[in-house]
Design a protein around this ligand. Structure first.
Ligand code: CO8
Length: 259
């Protein structure tokens, strides 16, 4: 069976590309299974610091779950499909690395849910976002209701989920869904530049920062601040922080040890 998710790597930056361009990269069972397997092996890769997720071709990031496959599902098959997808997306969302969704075109339904499993989204100006599930009599099933509300607020998320409209890249930017919008031909460069910039920093510090910043969502403010102080203190026991501080004082570029 041909692979439907391509894994490529450039130094400390890895890329997952959903590759079914003939179906606008729709998520079938095979894609979901492969995404889950990649997420689990990426979690163990201590020499990868940034993961980019994207879709093959010019037109789509991912146009949703595969409607043609879902059409024939029994309830049991649908439940299994939902579980495999939810587990894959949860594994991506739990990765210790920084995960960037590079949204080059349509990010609809499960496709938007996949982008939401990343830490943040960079989008081409021709990207289109939306959760059209209710038009199919469904609701988002891969964690998208929770992650969208978390990203753009409950009121706006309810409007998006129940109205099932599509939003262009600038609307998504204004809503806080997308971090940055660039011209389509500039998207690769913008993401690569950011990914390399992040990967050049102290790898332990970047992972620690991700753990602490994302904890702000799950914990009340007191606990989050305590976690931040604890992690801040722990940094000082690391060779990485010693090197970073010394390099600044010595006016040279830091040479961080591997994790
Ligand atoms: N599934 C399967 N095939 C798809 C999908 C899809 N989601 N989207 C597009 N395709 C296929 C088309 O069928 C077409 O194939 P063919 O050439 O064989 O007919 C090919 O991709 C090209 O698509 P179009 O010809 O439709 O291209 P257009 O430019 O005319 O339209 C759109 C592009 C607007 C993106 C349109 O394709 C579209 O509306 N697609 C469906 C979008 C959608 O509704 N997505 C949500 C799906 S539901 C979902 O994601 C649920 C997730 C949660 C599941 C939880 C389970 C428990």
């Amino acid at each position: 069976m041909n692979e439907t998710v391509k894994f490529t790597r450039d130094g400390a930056v890895a890329m997952l590309t959903v590759s079914r361009p003939e179906a606008l990269n729709a998520l079938n069972s095979q894609v979901l299974t492969e995404l889950g397997a990649h997420a689990r092996s990426l979690a163990e890769m201590r020499d990868v610091q940034v993961v980019v997720i994207t879709g093959e071709g010019e037109k789509a990031f991912v146009a949703g779950a595969d409607i043609k496959e879902m059409l024939a599902f029994t309830s049991e098959e649908a439940a299994r499909f939902g579980r495999v997808g939810a587990q894959a997306f949860a594994a991506l969302a739990r990765l210790p690395q920084i995960v960037i969704a590079k949204v080059n075109g349509f990010a609809l339904g499960g496709g938007l849910e996949l982008a939401l499993a990343a830490d943040f989204i960079y989008a081409s100006a021709k990207a289109r976002f939306g959760l059209p599930e209710v038009m199919l009599g469904l609701i988002p099933g891969f964690g998208g209701t929770q992650r969208l509300a978390d990203r753009i607020g409950v009121a706006r998320a309810l409007e998006w989920v129940t109205g099932a409209d599509k939003y262009d890249a600038n609307e998504a930017l204004a809503a806080g869904l997308v971090n940055r919008v660039v011209a389509p031909e500039e998207l690769n460069d913008a993401v690569n530049t950011l990914a390399r910039r992040i990967a050049a920093n102290g790898p332990g510090a970047v992972r620690s920062a991700k753990a602490v910043v994302t904890a702000s969502r799950r914990t009340d403010a007191g606990v989050g601040f305590e976690l931040e102080s604890a992690q801040f203190g722990l940094r000082f026991g690391t060779a990485e922080a010693k090197e970073g501080l010394a390099a600044f004082v010595e006016k040279r570029a830091a040479k961080f040890p591997a994790l």
